[in-house]
Design a protein around this ligand. Structure first.
Ligand SMILES: [Zn+2]
Length: 63
């Protein structure tokens, strides 16, 4: 679990598990009223796909 705190007064806003945040979240702090915009902890701007590795001959028996 990760503690999500206010960026202004550091008050605990909520707690989120890994992967719980999939997009941008806006939450207003109840203590100071600051609107906190939160993003997922692991930014993935571009998905890196693996090149196909199935074409290479890996242990193919051709005898
Ligand atoms: Zn606050």
């Amino acid at each position: 679990m990760e503690n999500i705190r206010c960026g202004s007064c550091r008050a605990l806003l909520f707690r989120a598990g890994r992967g719980a945040i999939s997009g941008t979240i806006e939450i207003k702090c109840r203590r100071c009223g600051t609107l906190n915009a939160l993003r997922p902890p692991e930014p993935k701007p571009e998905r890196r796909e693996r090149p196909d590795q199935g074409s290479a001959n890996c242990g193919s028996i051709s005898r």
